[in-house]
Design a binder for this molecule. Structure first.
Ligand SMILES: [Zn+2]
Length: 770
């Protein structure tokens, strides 16, 4: 616990926002102290209150006015994480991992602005000069700063940018840019939020993150933020601050609480000072710098401090809906961010996303494999690819304008991702019947695009399937993958082993993806976290007992049996007779009869088949192909009902901790022999997965195992959803480097050597050929 532990809650403090917005009352410094203490207390209720009280006292020892929350509290926090060198703001390398996990609490622009202000207070210089000297170089295209790590900068320069082999094009735009769109078009944003808010998971997210805020209230908050920003700007420029103080503030808050009217779209109020062509996030930074300077000179001006506080609280709450929160574990939590509609309006065009991920000097990226979701018609899919390429060309143009390029052509390759969805209209005889048909429909469109051998087909290099693994297993995609391989596609990847009930289920999903989808050498698995996570940490998270569907557990055990019997692991081979007994019991529970183990395994291996095509209309019971018969039974509703029954198991019941590690290693070895590449996505894996921070991130395990002589497949790196995780490919490499060097005490030489290998793999295994 330190001062940052409390100040980090400054923008997500819902109690203060409630007081301003719902009660229309000013918030005092004492109110803030109490809210920040309670927010920090929620992170660990086992720590006694006296420790928190002492922490608050220490945090606030130099803060006696509301304005000093920003000029002292926030500014000291910015100093802690950010450094200033050659007029550039960098993240302190030894704090990079922690900084990354701070971004869900506060978007970076306010911190970067505080750091700039501290180094270069805006005096003796015109606003335009100040912006061009200090703000634009640091915030031209993105507010997400990077650490200054010579080894990685050298690699980036030598390679003319880095390769990002897994980035979804949606979910990329960062909060500070999106925020500007929100304030420009609150009504349009509201329409998108309203549409998305009807889905169950999004309703849950609102309840969870902003209990009293719904889309309509969000629109009001945005309108309030717009007024606050204008009032701040006007008062700073005119020099008339805090007239009437308490009274004026109360009146203003009351007026704001009832204002709910449609207002014309208006540009950033700083635009008239600096020109409309200036990037809005640069204007916003200038505003922050001016407010900080004012509050520093007038520390008792509670009026301005309150307006700024209220404004940042609205921004902080918006950030909560845009960037995955550290207490939002698991894939389902992540999925809410992809569904809540918050980026829908801003992500209609692509230009800003590409400039953002390329960084302020546009040097981060050399090759991007962008994931996109194909549309349901050829024409619409072409239109989408056109919009993406227009955005990408703009990145090339901007690089040329900046004198970059040197004949280096940045490469954009597209990977179409099919979407996993739940079986909402269950059929009597076929699991996921409608999703299977939808996927095949999309596959035929993708095949048509490929066939034409034009620019579209040259860009479209691979196939992926994304979204929640809990909704649809790999087998559902098997017919489409095989069809697409026959229709011109050479590269395939599949999201698997990212989140799961039992770690065995995660391992099985990876194995099923490889064999059911017929993955070949050089194909990939996205995430594959199940093969690397620390087993003990996973068990600590879920407990000694767990719930699981009995059919899934039966399949997990079958998979384990199959994997073990093909290995030369003597210890686990000795366990097979016991495993067979357990499988026998479960087979009776799921299929209503005792089915010989061999048959069960064979029918499981048939799951790549299309059940609609294999059912010939006669009685299944008369089928001569017995495994096929059980494969079809597996699809029947009657079996499904038994399969779905929830049971309680011992987490380490079938396999002890060390045995599960053996199974992880066994699957890694299988992947190594088949040259199936793992795409690892650092921040995404740390935030979604079992980890609490980077110290346990499993890339390190893979490296350690290899050092012990185990066989580990090639690994490549990506960003996943650059906006939802507030990152870019350069920063993801920095996160790896900093975990190795600062958390694991690895030598910088060894760390950079391994990173060079990862990047070499990315070039080697990129899906660049058609
Ligand atoms: Zn992904």
């Amino acid at each position: 616990m330190n001062a940052q532990s409390f100040i980090k809650h400054l923008m997500t403090d819902s109690k203060s926002l409630y007081k301003y917005f719902v009660e229309a009352q000013p918030v005092s410094l004492e109110d803030v102290k109490m809210s920040l203490m309670l927010a920090e207390r929620e992170s660990d209720v086992h720590v006694p209150d006296h420790h928190y009280r002492l922490g608050v006292e220490k945090t606030f020892e130099n803060i006696s006015h509301l304005g000093e929350l920003f000029t002292v509290g926030l500014s000291e926090m910015a100093d802690e994480y950010l450094s200033w060198e050659n007029n550039t703001v960098y993240v302190n390398a030894e704090r990079q991992n922690q900084w990354q996990l701070l971004l869900p609490y506060m978007p970076p622009l306010i911190m970067v602005s505080a750091r700039i202000w501290k180094e270069r207070p805006p005096c003796g210089m015109s606003t335009v000069e100040y912006i061009s000297n200090y703000i634009i170089p640091n915030l031209r295209f993105t507010a997400i700063p990077s650490p200054h790590i010579r080894q990685l900068e050298e690699l980036r320069e030598r390679e003319h940018g880095l390769c990002d082999l897994h980035m979804h094009l949606n979910g990329t735009l960062e909060t500070d840019t999106t925020w500007q769109d929100f304030l420009l078009h609150p009504d349009r944003v509201y329409m998108e939020l309203k549409v998305a808010a009807d889905t169950g998971k999004v309703k849950e997210q609102y309840l969870q993150l902003s209990p009293y805020i719904k889309p309509l209230a969000f629109r009001r908050l945005l309108q309030v933020a717009r007024v606050l920003r204008s009032v701040l700007c006007e008062s700073l420029v005119s020099g008339e601050h805090g007239i009437g103080e308490e009274l004026t503030l109360s009146v203003l808050l009351k007026q704001l609480s009832i204002a709910d009217k449609k207002e014309p779209d208006s540009h950033h109020p700083m635009a008239y000072l600096v020109g409309k062509d200036c990037n809005p996030i640069c204007m916003e930074a200038m505003l922050y710098v001016m407010v900080l300077e004012h509050l520093c000179r007038n520390n008792a001006d509670d009026y301005t401090a309150s307006l700024f506080h209220y404004y940042l609280l609205i921004l902080g709450h918006t950030n909560k809906m845009l960037v995955q929160q550290p207490d939002s574990f698991g894939f389902e939590e992540f999925q809410k961010y992809t569904m809540n509609g918050f980026r829908e309006h801003s992500e209609k065009e692509y230009r800003r996303r590409f400039l953002q991920i390329a960084g302020n000097k546009l040097g981060n990226i050399r090759l991007l494999e962008g994931r996109f979701s194909p549309k349901d018609s050829l024409l619409k899919s072409e239109g989408l690819i056109d919009r993406i390429t227009i955005g990408w060309r703009e990145l090339g143009r901007q690089r040329q304008n900046q004198g970059l390029g040197d004949g280096i052509k940045l490469e954009l390759k597209l990977v179409a991702h099919l979407i996993k969805r739940p079986d909402t209209k269950p059929d009597e005889y076929v699991r996921h019947k409608w999703l299977r048909r939808e996927i095949m429909h999309k596959a035929t469109i993708l095949a048509q695009l490929k066939k034409r051998n034009d620019n579209y087909s040259k860009m479209l290099v691979g196939i992926d399937a994304a979204a929640s693994e809990f909704d649809a297993p790999p087998e559902v995609f098997a017919p489409a993958y095989r069809y697409l391989r026959e229709h011109g596609y050479k590269h395939f990847t599949y999201h698997a082993g990212e989140d799961f009930f039992h770690v065995l289920s995660g391992l099985r999903a990876i194995y099923e993806a490889i064999i059911f989808l017929d993955l070949k050498r050089g194909d990939r698995i996205g995430h594959a976290s199940a093969t690397g996570i620390p087993i003990e940490l996973w068990r600590d998270n879920i407990g000694e007992k767990m719930l699981i569907r009995q059919g899934e557990y039966l399949d997990d055990l079958l998979f384990a049996y199959h994997l073990i019997e093909h290995s030369n692991n003597q210890h686990l081979n000795n366990r097979l007779p016991y495993l067979e007994l357990t499988i026998n019991n479960f087979s009776y529970e799921v299929y209503g009869e005792h089915i010989p183990l061999r048959l069960l395994i064979e029918s499981w291996l048939y799951r790549y088949k299309n059940p609609e095509a294999d059912y010939n209309g006669t009685s299944v019971k008369s089928y001569r192909d017995i495994p096929l018969k059980y494969f079809l039974f597996y699809h029947w509703k009657e079996t499904r009902d038994r399969y779905d029954k929830i049971i309680e198991i011992e987490t380490f019941g079938a396999f002890a901790k060390d045995e599960l590690v053996e199974l992880q290693l066994m699957l890694l070895e299988y992947m190594f022999h088949h040259e199936i590449v793992i795409e690892t996505l650092p921040t995404s894996n740390v935030v979604i997965g079992v980890h609490r921070d980077y110290t346990t991130y499993h890339l390190y395990n893979w490296l350690e195992w290899r050092k012990q002589g185990k066989l580990v497949p090639p690994i490549v790196v990506g960003t996943d959803d650059a906006g939802i995780f507030a990152t870019n490919i350069y920063n993801e490499y920095c996160n790896i480097y900093c975990q190795f060097v600062y958390a694991k005490r690895m030598s910088t030489k060894e760390a950079i050597a391994y990173i060079e290998e990862l990047h070499h793999n990315s070039r080697l295994y990129a899906f660049v050929t058609e």
